[in-house]
Design a protein around this ligand. Structure first.
Ligand SMILES: C[S@@+](CC[C@H](N)C(=O)[O-])C[C@H]1O[C@@H](n2cnc3c(N)ncnc32)[C@H](O)[C@@H]1O
Length: 307
């Protein structure tokens, strides 16, 4: 494995806006290749602490030999639980760089990439039961339709769902090649783009990426200190909308057209930047995988009971 594990995206922007206190406690929800974590550690004193989550055991290979880091090999949806386990109740900053790492894409056997033939797996956490294989064999046609339409924005999601249901009754669809072959006749537009969208949708569902994000975000106001900051990098419009709505209004719902119909909840977070921060042309040139990244930041505001 000579390839680089992962190039951190929007690194300077994240570090600048997190405004790291040298003695603070920080959480990297998505350790991966450890690129963001490394920079956080560089900004911490010997008293600082970094709690790093990653549900993929491969990420552990990248752990630095550093007593200030606490690694949690679990899903970040259990953020608060694991902080408590380590006797940490409040933290100064939280970062999440969502999705899969380049390493996960580039590892043939993981089944994330359309470039290789592998088992239809796509689990970030190998301890998890549900694989992409299981999902395409157990979801109803309606569920598959919704999945490909919403997560993959696949134009003919309905046809695709019907084709999968037909194919799975006769073929085993065990591998990514077998799965792709079964769809040959229905591909719309550029096949590479089409299959990338189909694979992305499956990956999001297999790993319940939106469910994990929502659960984590809901715990953020409770674990951040006042003036503590949270930085989230998304790569999908649905994720970005969830983050934006939650940071702005404390809810995942889209605002209603009629402003009087909106439930006004007192958000404990304040947006730091109105618009998302995007990678520069230069960064995209150096790292094309950064092109769809969006960074949003919020700060925990003082609530009256805490003053
Ligand atoms: C885009 S990579 C992060 C890269 C990292 N920022 C770096 O600089 O190398 C995302 C990582 O987060 C992990 N991950 C994604 N969702 C997760 C979740 N819900 N819980 C724990 N880890 C998760 C993936 O396994 C992957 O290693």
């Amino acid at each position: 494995m000579s390839q680089q594990y992962h190039i951190p995206v929007l690194l300077h922007e994240v570090i600048e806006h997190l405004r790291i206190h040298p003695d603070g406690i920080y959480v990297d929800c998505t350790f991966g290749g450890g690129g963001h974590s490394k920079s956080v550690l560089e900004n911490l004193s010997a008293k600082g602490i970094l709690v790093a989550f990653d549900q993929d055991e491969d990420a552990m290979k990248n752990l630095p030999d550093d007593p200030r880091i606490i690694f949690v090999p679990h899903n970040f949806r259990h953020l608060q639980r694991f902080l408590r386990l380590h006797n940490l109740t409040k933290v100064d900053g939280i970062l999440a760089d969502l999705g899969v790492s380049s390493h996960q894409f580039d590892e043939e056997k993981r089944g994330f990439s359309t470039r290789f033939n592998a088992d239809l797996d796509m689990r970030m956490d190998q301890r998890q039961q549900v694989t992409a294989f299981e999902l395409i064999h157990t979801y109803s046609e309606k569920e598959l339709h919704k999945l490909f339409e919403q997560y993959g924005e696949v134009t003919n999601a309905k046809t695709l769902a019907r084709r999968i249901v037909e194919a799975r009754s006769t073929d085993s669809l065990k591998t990514t090649d077998a799965f792709r072959d079964s769809l040959r006749g229905i591909v719309k537009g550029n096949p590479n783009k089409y299959f990338a969208q189909v694979f992305q949708a499956l990956r999001i569902a297999v790993n319940d990426e939106l469910g994990a994000l929502k659960e984590m975000l809901q715990q953020v106001p409770g674990v951040l200190k006042t003036q503590g900051r949270v930085a989230i990098i998304t790569f999908h419009s649905i994720e970005d909308r969830l983050v934006k709505n939650f940071f702005r209004r404390g809810t995942f719902e889209e605002p209603k057209e009629n402003p009087f119909e909106n439930i006004v909840s007192e958000s404990e977070l304040k947006l730091i930047t109105k618009k998302p921060i995007l990678p520069s042309e230069k960064e995209i040139k150096q790292n094309p995988r950064a092109r769809s990244a969006k960074l949003r930041l919020a700060e925990k505001i003082a609530v009256s009971s805490e003053q």
